[in-house]
Write a protein that binds this ligand. Structure first.
Ligand SMILES: Cc1cc2nc3c(=O)[nH]c(=O)nc-3n(C[C@H](O)[C@H](O)[C@H](O)COP(=O)(O)OP(=O)(O)OC[C@H]3O[C@@H](n4cnc5c(N)ncnc54)[C@H](O)[C@@H]3O)c2cc1C
Length: 434
């Protein structure tokens, strides 16, 4: 079937590989009544849950409100790839945040991965965390870019070794004729079951005293000191508010909505494959991305289901036949997967920012926000949550490095920004083909 369809918007989880294999032990109640807290966090994805956890670890009384279920949004639907770095190179913002700001964000790009490593160990979160990540090259210019990345990392204090793989070596890591080389990072990146990580982190926060409510959309926000957020059946009044609804927050705060564009990306999963087939496809069991604007990303899950993602587009809609389109793309890269049944196909909304750096800031002294990871948020959300908690605790040093970056609204306003960006993306897709 051809055509476009609107993304899934139901209150329960979308029918994904993750929802069907999730541990999902805890369900949280709907908020009924009026409450007080030190901090109220809006949104139960990685940004919100980790802000809640970081604050609970510091002894704050935190209430988290999620419109649907914990990890219902991008955090429970993504490729599960744990990739270091914050945004697309902080260098570009040197004139705004200075040398110290650039250095600070560069360090955060390493720390964000370490937070996941530590968190999984500390709270014993069962999420199939596996180390190993590889960027793959489709063109010689991709290899030149990887060489530059490797040179830069070697000149810095980056703690993980990066190996450049040539056209014969890449096959021992990613066994496809589609790629002419790669950049392999055995220990500084990897993959995991994101819904299990996010739900495990929420459970850890709840055990530390945080109060979590699901099926509780925030309908309005009344600024002030304290500020109040109102939900369908109650309210929370708190010294601080942290807004973490990202691409799914719609128009709750028009100023934030104008700076984040919900773009869609799709993922399919196969039935669990034998070890022999899985290791013939990805011998080192790594997570893989190519460097294009509308990239392919893939990996094996813990039970050897193959997860293949891509088809990003800025219209926010998804092709009605995306399962077949994705399967065709997957088989073109890995013909050895012919015959593997597709068990799930789903989509999610990525929050794109115009300059591709996560957006942190305040709407007033006590209302913070975190959004716009531009498709690269599994690890960076953890870092942005940590520095937001630091700022609320009174240390704004690291938060300021991110909040010092300027973010503009998308041109064209609410209605014309999509066509403009869809044309922009078509341009970059065409450029990627050269
Ligand atoms: C298909 C796909 C693949 C991706 N793959 C990768 C990947 O492999 N690696 C990577 O690093 N990144 C990836 N990303 C990006 C990554 O998933 C996101 O950057 C990250 O999950 C963002 O987390 P978040 O908490 O900010 O937002 P979300 O996870 O979207 O959470 C926002 C939450 O806020 C809730 N909410 C919204 N409005 C309200 C309200 N008014 N009241 C209460 N709650 C509200 C929503 O219900 C939602 O649960 C991918 C994204 C998608 C969509």
């Amino acid at each position: 079937m051809f055509g476009l369809r609107f993304p899934d918007n139901t209150r329960e989880h979308t029918d994904s590989y993750y929802a069907s294999t999730a541990n999902l032990a805890a369900r949280y109640p709907v908020l009924h009544g009026d409450m007080q807290a030190d901090v109220v966090v809006v949104g139960g994805g990685f940004s919100g849950v980790n802000t809640c956890l970081e604050l609970a670890e510091r002894g704050f009384h935190v209430v988290l409100l999620e419109a649907r279920r914990i990890a219902w949004g991008a955090s429970g639907r993504n490729g599960g790839q744990v990739i270091g770095g914050i945004g697309h190179t902080p260098e570009r913002f040197r004139s705004q945040i200075g040398d110290a700001g650039v250095q600070c964000i560069t360090h955060m790009g390493v720390e964000c991965v370490e937070i996941i490593r530590e968190r999984v160990a500390r709270y014993q979160i069962d999420c199939d965390l596996t180390w190993g990540y590889c960027d793959v090259a489709l063109k010689p210019r991709h290899m030149r870019w990887f060489e530059e990345v490797q040179r830069e990392q070697q000149a810095s204090d980056y703690p993980h070794a990066l190996a450049l793989l040539d056209s014969s070596e890449i096959r021992q890591t990613v066994n496809s004729e589609a790629y002419i080389g790669g950049l392999y990072n055995a220990t500084g990146g990897g993959h995991l079951h994101p819904m299990n990580l996010c739900c495990g982190e929420a459970q850890a926060a709840a055990q530390l005293g945080a109060e979590i409510y699901e099926q509780t959309p925030v309908m309005s926000l009344a600024p002030g000191s304290p500020a109040t957020v109102r939900t369908e059946h109650g309210s929370v009044t708190a010294k601080f508010v942290v807004l973490c609804g990202n691409a799914y927050m719609q128009n709750l705060v028009p100023r934030l909505a104008s700076r984040v564009l919900p773009a869609s990306s799709c993922v399919i999963s196969t039935e669990p494959l034998s070890n022999e087939v899985a290791r013939s496809v990805l011998p080192k069991n790594v997570a893989v991305c190519d460097p294009r604007t509308a990239l392919d990303y893939f990996r094996f899950a813990g039970d050897n289901s193959f997860l293949f993602g891509g088809l990003s587009n800025y219209t926010g809609l998804v092709p009605a036949n995306y399962e077949q389109l994705m399967q065709r793309k997957m088989l073109k890269i890995f013909p050895q997967l012919e015959g593997a049944a597709i068990t799930h196909a789903w989509d999610g909304q990525i929050g794109i920012g115009i300059n591709r750096m996560p957006q942190l800031g305040t709407l007033s002294d006590n209302i913070y926000y975190i959004q716009a990871f531009s498709g690269h948020g599994v690890a960076p959300t953890h870092m942005m949550a940590r520095i937001t908690a630091e700022a609320i605790q009174g240390d704004q040093h690291r938060w300021q490095a991110m909040a010092g970056i300027r973010h503009w609204p998308f041109p064209g306003g609410r209605y014309l920004r999509r066509p403009g960006l869809a044309i922009g993306m078509a341009y970059y897709k065409a450029k990627d083909m050269l």
